[in-house]
Design a protein around this ligand. Sequence first.
Ligand code: G3P
Length: 201
Amino acid sequence: MLKIAFILVLAYLLGSMVPGYWLGKVFYHKDIRTEGSGNIGTTNAFRILGPVPGTIVLCLDILKGALAASLPALFGWHHVNVMLVGLFAILGHTFSIWIGFKGGKAVAVSAGVLSVYNTPLFLMVCAIFITCLILFSMVSVASMVGFTFATCMSVFYYHDWILSIVAITLTIFVFYRHRKNIGRIFTGTESTIPFGLVYWL
Ligand code: G3P
């Protein structure tokens, strides 16, 4: 029991790390929570800080999810459920101890957890995500489609009930977190990235 509690707290603390916020503060003297979309994730880091810090934030957010999900294997405690540990990292990212229990939209960190839990599904989600970026030029659309795809695959293809419950819950949560983006998509004011069809049309 103590082992499980230890690993869950460690995963939460890992997920709590906010590279987007820290990079902005330390190297650019900017608080990305008060600029652009106000999100601490990759897209807003790209938008406010630039492509290099944006890429670093993407890698670190994915990495912290993957690292958290690897904790049971790293400690050799294979009885601790990987998805449960990953969920605590996602909780840490969305309710970070470092920024007043606020946080991001859980996209990259969830991808990191999935990369360890089910690598083939992670690769498929990446392919869907990139395809949506090419078609729509909106990270928010790609993120929501990616989560929906992962949920459908978990329920209808993998029949993995743990993954299915987590995926359904996270998809609802991710749509909720993207509610402002959804409003902007419908009014045609959602920001596009300089990549893909919609941006160039
Ligand atoms: O991962 C977040 C992304 O889907 C949208 O980010 O900053 O445009 O709200 P943002």
